[in-house]
Design a protein around this ligand. Structure first.
Ligand code: TXA
Ligand code: MG
Length: 328
């Protein structure tokens, strides 16, 4: 069921049920993070392997100390600068955090989402909320309540509708050291933002994990294939795009581009242009919804051109590469 009844959603959370909740990044599949039963239901609802840990969402800074054993000064600084917002910070976990939440890893990922309904829901439920993106495992992340309904409507009790997500890509995941910041997943807070707020070097620890091993991941969100449409998708350099389109003119092609291109397109091409003005914030906000529309359009193949490799463009390129990666 899809609606705006926050009391109902909070009661379901208190009863260890899962509900979809809006955040500024993507919709999350929320459950009581202190209950192994609720957390198990999240994994079940999205067919998620148990080795892929969940981010815990909080609404008040006081909750940090209930979940983490220590907080570095850099982590504190980043919380002040970016919370509520699309930044997940890995911290050593308290024993009270169920192992299921962190897939037995020693750290827990914490984030305070910047969405009024998410914050109110967490406060009303009175518990921290574990929430992965509210899609089936490996598939495209949802940025509207309807996206969640389409994919998980018959598997979960309630979808709290908070409108379309403003940021559109997931949170940035980091470790905050005294002398550097380690980025494990590019996302809504950019490397440039992190450096500016702290003056510290920002290094990327992105590492690709082989999903067939089933080992606990030391780095998050790193499955080679992720965010994937069912239609084959290929990334293609913008210089090679037009010749390729001409070569395959007999196919029904979906084209995903960040900003307008000069060339006229023939009628076999379905176009999704994410920003008329080439604005990266707008591109991010539109990305997953556009990918979904193309995937639903019954096309033979999707082509996408890379984004500028800066700011939010890095997060978008990361999503695109994983969407295009071959599934094992
Ligand atoms: O913006 C977001 O982060 C969204 C919204 C709903 O908050 N959530 C989200 O969750 O993207 P999910 O589960 O789709 O991706 C979270 C990633 C996972 O790939 C997981 O492996 C990693 O974060 N992660 C979570 N907790 C971790 C931990 N304790 N240690 C290492 N990686 C962790
Ligand atoms: Mg996800």
């Amino acid at each position: 069921m899809l609606g705006t009844n926050l009391t109902l959603a909070a009661n379901l959370l208190r009863n260890d049920q899962v509900v979809a909740m809006p955040t500024e990044t993507v919709y999350g599949l929320a459950g009581n993070a202190t209950s192994s039963t609720a957390v198990a239901r999240i994994f079940e609802a999205k067919n998620r392997p148990l080795f892929d840990p969940l981010i815990v969402h909080i609404a008040d800074l006081a909750q940090v100390n209930q979940l983490a054993t220590s907080v570095s000064p850099t982590a504190r600084k980043l919380m002040t600068a970016f919370w509520p917002g699309p930044l997940t910070i890995l911290l050593p976990k308290q024993d009270s955090v169920p192992d299921l939440v962190t897939s037995s890893l020693p750290e827990v990922g914490l984030r305070m989402p910047n969405h009024p309904l998410a914050l109110e829901l967490i406060r009303t439920a009175g518990v921290p909320v574990a929430a992965p993106s509210a899609n089936l495992f490996g598939r495209i992340s949802p940025t509207t309540a309807q996206h969640v309904e389409d994919q998980l409507g018959d598997r979960i009790d309630y979808i709290l509708d908070g409108g379309p997500c403003q940021v559109g890509v997931e949170s940035t995941i980091i470790r905050a050291h005294d002398d550097k910041i380690e980025v494990l997943r590019f996302g809504g807070i950019t490397i440039e933002d992190l450096h500016q707020a702290t003056g510290l070097p920002v290094i990327t620890a992105t590492r690709t994990i082989d999903e067939s091993t089933g080992q606990p991941m030391s780095a998050p969100g790193m499955l080679t294939s992720h965010y994937a449409p069912l239609t084959p998708i290929e990334i293609i350099d913008s210089r090679e795009l037009i010749p390729r389109l001409q070569q395959f003119s007999h196919q029904r092609i979906g084209l995903l581009i960040g900003q307008p291109i000069e060339s006229p397109l023939s009628s076999n091409i379905t176009l999704e242009c994410l920003s008329e003005t080439g604005n990266l914030v707008e591109m991010a906000a539109n990305f997953f919804a556009a990918l979904r529309r193309l995937d639903a359009a019954n096309l033979d193949i999707l082509y996408a051109t890379p984004f500028p490799n800066q700011a939010l463009g890095r997060a978008l390129n990361d999503r695109l590469q994983r969407a295009a990666a071959k599934r094992k």
